[in-house]
Structures are given as structure tokens and as C-alpha cells.
Design a protein around this ligand. Sequence first.
Ligand code: PLP
Length: 431
Amino acid sequence: MNSITPPPSNLFYQTRQRRPLLSEARGVYIWDVDGKRYLDGSSGAMVVNIGHGNERVLAAMREQMAKATFGYRLHFENEPAERLALLTAEKMPEGLNRVFFVSGGSEAVESAIKLARQWAVATGHGKRWKIISREPSYHGATLGALALTGYAPMTAPFAPMMRMMPKVPAPRAYLDRDNLSDEARGLKYAETLRDKIIEEGPESVLAFIMEPVGGASTGALVAPDSYYRRIAEICDEFGILLILDEVMTGAGRTGKFLAAEHWNLKPDIIALSKGFASGYVPLGAMVAHERVVEPVLAAGGFIHGYTYAGNPLACAAGLAVLQEIDHENLVRRAETTGAALKRELEGLMERFPVIGDVRGTGLLLAFELVADRQTMQPLPKEIEAHVHLVEEAYKRGLIIYSRRTRGGIEGDHFMICPPLIADETHIAEIV
Ligand code: PLP
């Protein structure tokens, strides 16, 4: 079978582009049916934190499969869900101990939106409904999560069908050509949230949501420390909920279990998925502070839920994934391996002036190609650098992830995010 043109298919995804047929995946590598090996330099879409084909996780899944693969959550409790909820809560900031399982990142964000709103209604703040988010950002594909997403190519066709939520700029500090210190620049961006709350009317604002480190829509964008501190103060000042979308950053990816830990953020709600189940099953979680959940339950319950929520097989896999993260010390490894990979990528900047910026933290890293490093002028669109580099890497057996955007502004950035189990040889191979 030819791996470049697989047979015609009834499936369709985002584009016409066809890819080789997957055969096997182990550790950081994936093989196609022709036996060609690929280093998974983006962990899929920043998903497979513990690597592919982990035997302990597979064994836990087999064990659960032999017992029961489904029990409807309103008919039966199940032990894997209970144990996973407990272990998840142990890894959260204090008070965030109520866990709601879902099947993916969009569902986690959707659930956060609905819980926040029900909290407002239950606590006598029924006028609050606006959730301010950032531009650029990505929060998911379903219409609620999409209304929070600040990425026009994905939202525009659906805008008439949604109530788009107010946006503030994400701190693209690396593009700013002012003379501000990092501290001042972080504050400048944070103040845009305060201004937006006042413009919208503080009594109407329910929450602010952000990816603590930007994902694919920004290319691993990290804000100055002062930004995070000030954002938390502003949320407190107006009594609005802070929701962190840690779908991509959670489960160790940034060198802490949660990216929130880098800045000691104490959000009200957190959305998790991707690395949380590392691609073994569709699974995500919304974790909320008890002060948000209790009033909702007391007022009659959370009017929301999915058929597959708390699925015993999914939760058994998720539990084994979190245990593996602990067992193999993968959070710490993300920190050290990420620092080493970042140094290597920065080293490439000396050889290749076309690399304008290297950014990110832990193993959530990205680099950006530019025409001019001084001005950060992007490469001409016609060159299609984001396509060519990805394809060239693909040919050479390396998978990287790219988007041509830096949020409203054109640009070519590339995510370099291997599984957290990657070692020096894998780093050398990527570089
Ligand atoms: N939130 C963030 C930060 C993401 O990166 C993604 C996916 O890329 C999502 C939400 C949506 O997750 P899913 O594709 O699993 O629905």
C-alpha cells in the first residue's frame, strides 16, 4: 500500500490533504504502514505527554475493559472515576476539589462556561453573563467555546450564530517595539482587561478566561510575570471568576503540573484535557473551586452533562496516565528537557537569521520565522513557509505543528512539543 496516497475514503477532516496510514506508535515514535518512522515532535496536537503505547496504561485499560466499559453515571458510581477525581483534586490549587469529567477540551471549556453562569444565577448575580477572553486564543470548536476563541479564521463563518464574547489582546510582547520594561509591559496588557470590564459594565461581566501559556494560535506565548499578578488582582477587584484553559498546558506540559503554578495563580475553574489522558482515550475534566460548585448544587444542581462523562474505561486510562506522570517524574523532565531543547533552538537562531523568536516554557515551545528579526516583519504569505517546513520535516520523519498566524497578524510559527519522555537523543534528532 502506498503511504503517500492512501485509498479513497469516506472520512473527511479539515482539508483534502491525505496522510500516511498509521501502523504503530511507541514512545516518541510513530510508524506508518510502509514502516517509515516519525518522531512525534508535537505529541500529536500537544496531547501525548507520556508518550505512545505505554504498557502500564494499556494494562490498566485492559484490566478495566475486562470488568466494565460503561455504566451510566446517573445509575452507577464507578471506582476509576472516583479515584481519578481524587488524584486530580490533589494536584490542584487549594479548594479546587470538585471534578467534572468530559470527553475533550471543548467540552471542558463548555462546562466551565455553564458552571460559571449557573454560579452567577445561584448567587444572585443573574445579570452577569459576559466572559472576557483574549485575542489570539483558542478555546475549542463547539459554539460556546468558539465564542470565546480569538482567532478569526475559525470564528468568522459562525459569528452570526453565536454571541461573540468581548476580547482583550493577549500580550504579544515579543512584537512590541516600545521601550517598556517587561514588568511595565505586563501591566500594560493586564490593564486592557480592567478597561474592558469597565467598558462592558462590571455588573455584566461573569468571568475572564485565558490559556496561561498560549497554544497553537499564538505559538507558546508567555506573558511577563507582572501580567499574571495583575490579572488576578483585577478579577478579584470586580468579583469576576478566573477560568484557566489548561487543556494544552496542563498535565505537566510546561514543567509544572499546571501552568498556573508558575505564577501561583488561584483560579476558580480549570479546564483540562489533552495530556490529561495523553491520547489513550477521549477524556477531559473541568475542575472547580468548591465555592463555585456548592451554590450551584444547593440551588438544584448543575444543569449540564454528557452521556460519556465519567466513563469507567476512560477514567481508568486517565488514572493510569496521571500515575505514570508521577511515577516517571515527567513534570520535572518537561522542565529540564524543555530548557535543554529551548537552548538548542535559541542556538539555531545564530545560524539561521530567519528564526525571529524562540519562546515557551517546559516542553511547550515554539519558534517563529520572519523576514526581518529587527522589525519581526513576517515572511511573505506566498512563500507558505509554514507549509513547506512542516512538509520537509515530515519527509525527514519529524512531525511538527504549525499555523500561519500570530493572532490577527500574519506570521509563521512552529510548535516543538515532543512527549515529556523525550531524552537528549530525541532532542538532538529534532534539532
Ligand atoms: N482549549 C485549548 C487551549 C486547546 O488547545 C484546545 C485544542 O487544541 C481546546 C481547548 C479544545 O480541545 P478539543 O480539541 O479536545 O475539543
